[in-house]
Each structure stands twice: as C-alpha cells, then as structure tokens.
Write a new protein. Structure first.
Length: 173
C-alpha cells in the first residue's frame, strides 16, 4: 500500500519547472473565453499543487487534471490522505458523467464557483471549483471513499476544434 502511494507520487509529482510555467504553453484566457468555457462546460483544470494535512506537493499538470466536456468528465489526480475503503487508494482515476452542475459568478471579483458531481458505476465525487478571472483555479474533491482533498492549478478552455476523447471506461479510483 505504501509502495503504491510512493510510486504514484513519484510519477505525479514534479521536481522540474514544468508545473505552472505559464500554463504549459497556453495563454491565459480572456474573460469572454473563460465565461464561454465555463457556461458551455468545455474546459480542463490542470493541477500543479496538492494540499493536504498542512503539506504542499508539487504536481505535474499533464498527469493531474479534470476535463469537463459537456456532460462527460475525466478526473486524474494524485491522492494523499485517509481512505475509507478496503482497497488502497493512491490516486483518483475516473471517467464519468457530470450532474448537478451549478455555476455562481461573483461579478465583483470576476470569479466563478462551480459545484458538480462526477459519477461512474456507483462511485460519486463531489467537485468544487473556484476559478479566478486570471485563469487560476482551486479545486476540492470529495467522496465517500476518501477525505476531502484540495488542489491548485489553472484552467484551459476547450475550443470547438480541440476534441478530447472521452470514451466509456469502467475505471474509478
């Protein structure tokens, strides 16, 4: 169990300068692009930091992310924390369907709060996102099998031309 956790952290964590060096070569979105991406449910949140138990872990954004494409979602993220399952959990790895997608726009700050559920075959994650007008994002992921975990990263809007393959799979944490 501990070996799996260490292996995942070695794969997912980064000691290079890859994490949040100008959003992996993508420009920060302007306010209209950001609003359109959030309203149309077409974006990627790439995580560069994981927060738990007062510790901060640097992550590789290409390996730790949430993709939302309409009513489909993919969550792939390192996990460090308590688990409430018989099987050891060292990461979140799920393709599922989004539901209860709610957006709150804080006009005075130019930020968005998104609340949604991502589910696949009985596994449900509650996902809370806070996205600033500069493209920076905070995420909180919660499930009955794991305790609440927080991530920091940035948003990349998905354009019409950028297609993300979200085929059906039977994988969950």
């Amino acid at each position: 169990m501990l070996g799996g956790l260490i292996a995942l952290l070695m794969i997912s964590c980064s000691s290079s300068k890859e994490y949040f060096s100008g959003t992996d070569g993508f420009d920060k979105p302007d306010e209209n692009t950001l609003r359109t991406a959030i309203e149309s449910r077409r974006f990627i949140i790439k995580f560069d930091h994981l927060y738990n138990y007062g510790s901060i872990f640097n992550l590789r954004p290409r390996s730790n992310y949430i993709i939302v494409d309409g009513d489909k979602a993919v969550i792939r993220a390192a996990y460090v924390g308590r688990q409430y399952d018989v099987r050891p959990i060292s990461g979140i790895n799920m393709r599922g369907i989004t539901s209860d997608y709610e957006v709150t726009n804080k006009l005075s700050k130019g930020s968005y709060n998104i609340k949604m559920k991502v589910q696949n075959r009985g596994t449900v994650f509650d996902v809370f996102l806070s996205i600033g007008k500069d493209g920076n994002a905070n995420a909180s992921i919660n499930s009955i099998r794991i305790e609440n975990i927080r991530y920091k990263g940035y948003i990349i809007p998905l354009g019409v031309s950028r297609q993300v393959p979200l085929q059906e799979e039977n994988d969950a944490i």
